[in-house]
Design a binder for this molecule. Structure first.
Ligand SMILES: [Zn+2]
Length: 482
């Protein structure tokens, strides 16, 4: 038993003989309120319902803590000199916003009202969100919904790493950008949209490519990283930097109709390398640019990433640490795989071999396209040259090695279609003495086709440098890009 004082709010002082504070002996908060009711029986009816529970509109604070958020509630023990404050709702039934909401302005209290009434968030949680610093890598499909929801939820500081500009083909899924933003840096477009959602946001733009040279310096300033990248080198870079700096890495990835999400946090569970020790060889897994992605899919996965981020900040619920969530949009099915920490993981395992950031392009087997093509000695022709030679009536066979559905988007009239996968079985139908120019969307697949043809004994074969994208830029701006 300790001596505590119970502070009585003005409307209830009529039941305590006008006293604003009552001193009494008690061992717990509940006992203090019971003793208070014994001393002033008229008060009981205002504090407790028939079933003996506190009335829903009465909040009780032990010192500065709302007892609803203390593990033991009314059973919470009290110490000598503690203050118990009774805070009833005032007219209209609104929750009283007294001293406990310090640091939040009246505007913030209005804005975050739906959070403040959630016991799991409340004013303490809202202040934690305001203090939080979250870094998003990429302002694309995943970064769009993730950053918008985090800004709206009141995360105080959002950093964004992106060096791209907005293209029309982004708008199908990157909802943070609008039609009028086409051509602008994504960073500027995102900043404007996020500050419109929440003007009190502290936005920190990093208009650079995340590299082994700058990643540690950038990430060190943040509490949590949200990985919205679309390529393997950056994914491994983000993972390794987060492990080295001991930051949680909220992971999401998307392809066609399927998505994945997890939280990698080496001090509490596995990292991305525990899941995939090495990346697939380049070209084996198509990118979204090559394979497509359903517009809403990044919205779903990016919102899951925002959800995990908020939970990490608030310290509530069960996060995806140690779990890989798989989403199939066509079958409308979520599945979950258990992830284990790999004791032999090269970065978070028992004897790590990676102690600093490495060359991620080389690790992923990627060399700059120009170097690759020069080394393979692929003869090329520019779009302008090809146009001139076709116009001059040269006898050139143009082979388009894209897929049939891509032809519906754009094509050259002169081209014959042989999808790359069917080229090996179609060689016998081609005359080795003809002159060929091979084309595709970007010039990558056609480069492979040129190599294949030359190895098969075709000598007069050229690659359309930059593909149909270059044709659109140099020759025919009306040709759609995709
Ligand atoms: Zn690991």
């Amino acid at each position: 038993m300790h001596n505590v004082s119970v502070l009585i709010p003005t409307p209830l002082q009529q039941y305590t003989d006008g006293r604003g504070a009552v001193s009494l002996e008690a061992g717990t908060v509940g006992a203090a309120l019971a003793n208070l009711s014994a001393l002033h029986p008229a008060l009981r009816h205002h504090l407790f319902a028939e079933d003996g529970n506190l009335r829903a509109f009465v909040n009780v604070y032990l010192n500065d803590e709302d007892i609803r958020y203390l593990d033991e509630g009314l059973q919470t023990g009290v110490g000598a000199g503690d203050e118990i404050r009774i805070v009833p709702s005032i007219a209209g039934g609104a929750v009283t916003m007294t001293g406990d909401r310090k640091d939040l302005s009246a505007g913030e209290i209005r804005r975050y009202a739906r959070h403040l009434i959630l016991p799991e968030v409340g004013s303490d949680g809202q202040r934690a969100l305001k203090r939080a610093r979250v870094l998003l890598v990429g302002a694309g499909g995943l970064g769009s919904p993730a950053s918008m929801y985090l800004a709206a939820a009141g995360v105080g500081t959002l950093g964004l790493v992106d060096f791209d500009t907005v293209e029309e083909s982004n708008l199908q899924r990157q909802v943070i950008h609008g039609t009028r933003d086409v051509g602008r840096p994504k960073l500027e477009s995102a900043r404007q949209r996020l500050l419109d959602i929440n003007p009190s946001l502290n936005f920190e733009g990093h208009g650079v490519r995340l590299t082994a040279e700058n990643a540690l310096e950038i990430i060190a300033d943040y509490d949590i990283v949200v990985d919205g990248t679309d390529n393997f080198p950056t994914r491994y870079l983000v993972n390794d930097a987060c492990v080295l700096l001991d930051k949680p890495n909220v992971y999401g990835s998307i392809f066609r109709f399927e998505g994945q999400a997890s939280v990698f946090y080496a001090s509490e569970g596995p990292c991305y390398r525990c899941l995939y020790r090495e990346p697939p060889p380049p070209g084996l897994v198509p990118s979204c640019a090559e394979g497509g992605v359903l517009g809403v899919l990044p919205g779903i996965i990016g919102a899951l990433q925002a959800n995990e981020t908020l939970k990490l900040i608030l310290g509530i619920g069960d996060t995806l640490i140690g779990r890989l969530l798989l989403f199939d949009a066509l079958r409308m099915r979520f599945r979950e795989l258990r992830l284990r920490t790999d004791p032999e993981c090269p970065i978070c395992g028992e004897a790590p071999t990676i102690r600093e950031l490495i060359d991620y392009e080389a690790f992923c087997g990627i060399r700059p396209a120009e170097v690759e093509r020069a080394e393979m000695r692929i003869p090329e022709i520019t779009a302008t040259e090809l146009k001139a030679r076709l116009d001059a009536g040269h006898d050139i066979r143009v082979l388009d090695v894209r897929e049939p559905y891509e032809l519906e988007i754009c094509k050259l009239d002169a081209a014959e279609l042989i999808p790359l996968g069917q080229l090996p079985t179609s060689l016998s139908k081609l005359n080795k003495d003809d002159e060929f120019v091979v084309i595709c969307r970007s010039g990558r697949r056609s480069a492979h086709a040129v190599l294949m043809l030359r190895e098969a004994g075709f000598h007069n074969v050229f690659n359309l440098s930059g593909g149909l994208l270059a044709w659109s830029d140099e020759v025919d701006p009306s040709m759609p890009k995709y």
